[in-house]
Design a protein around this ligand. Structure first.
Ligand code: ZN
Length: 284
């Protein structure tokens, strides 16, 4: 059944990443800079103007996702009309270079199992490009579940974790439904907890029923090293507890990183929870 697997196929993944639909950062600022110099190249009177361009006001709520796991939500004094109801996501690498990951529609909902009037902002992962590449930073994920809603913060963490590992075979088995509920799971509410397929050594990514790797039956197919890096990245960007299974290879039984015990029904996916990101909100 390929009902929820809208974009990712094994065939597509065998193409080089550049041939997939990707987003790249904008060069608006440098273009503006060049124009100013052209207009009046010989005077220094340009300088204040130039600064004004370089420090142009951001008039959209912006999530800054830092390489070290920090996440900062910046709320501008005034949000431009066209940006109302949307949040922007930007990744910042260790050299301070910015990577624009897109502006996404926010779905304001009553918090599921919350008090009346308590609000959560969800984002639909189906509206997030499934592939990205800019320099050495890249990701590709698929959404193999109707529970495609994360929240405004977990989206930042998901981006951060993906750009930490730069894998092209992330299989998401679901977060929450659009009302914040999570049937058939009980714990995946309000976009906080999520499930991911275990990563395969051959790096294939398939979608649909029965495509998740069962590490109880086929432990040899698990990419133990890459999986641990992925677990570490998810942990770094906020999910402090994970549920999973053990892997037994050559009669040696091991736990994946951040998994402390076997949990029933978690031999075919990694579950992430206890979401506590390194988060700060700044109001300008
Ligand atoms: Zn789960």
């Amino acid at each position: 059944m390929l009902l929820f697997c809208t974009t990712a196929t094994a065939a597509k993944l065998s193409l080089p990443i550049d041939s997939l639909a990707t987003r790249t950062g904008t060069t608006t600022k440098s273009a503006a800079k060049a124009t100013l110099f052209r207009r009046n190249p010989d005077t220094t009177a340009n300088k204040p103007k130039l600064n004004a361009v370089v420090k142009q006001k951001v008039e959209i709520v912006t999530y800054k996702i830092y390489f070290n796991g920090k996440i900062i939500k910046v709320i501008p004094k005034k949000v431009k009309e066209e940006f109302k109801g949307k949040y922007r996501y930007v990744y910042i690498d260790k050299k301070g270079k910015k990577y624009e990951l897109g502006d996404y529609k926010i779905y304001k909902i009553q918090k599921y199992r919350g008090e009346a009037g308590e609000i959560v902002n969800l984002v639909n992962l189906e509206e997030v490009p499934k592939s990205y590449k800019n320099g050495t930073f890249q990701y590709h994920f698929n959404m193999d579940s109707p529970r495609s809603y994360v929240n405004e913060q977990t989206l930042a963490s998901f981006f951060g974790a993906m750009l930490e590992v730069n894998y092209l075979d992330i299989g998401c088995n679901g977060f929450s439904h659009k009302d914040g509920s999570s049937k058939p799971s009980r714990s995946h509410i309000n976009g906080n907890n999520g499930d991911f397929k275990y990563l395969r050594a051959d790096k294939t990514l398939e979608c649909g029923v029965g495509t998740s790797l069962n590490i109880n039956k086929a432990a040899d197919s698990l990419d133990y090293r890459r999986q641990n890096k992925w677990n570490d990245a998810l942990y770094k960007f906020g999910w402090k507890k994970m549920l999973g299974w053990t892997v037994t290879v050559n009669k040696k039984t091991k736990f994946l990183h951040h998994i402390t015990h076997k949990t029933t029904n978690h031999h075919h996916h990694l579950h992430v929870q206890n979401y506590e990101p390194h988060f700060k909100e700044i109001k300008l």
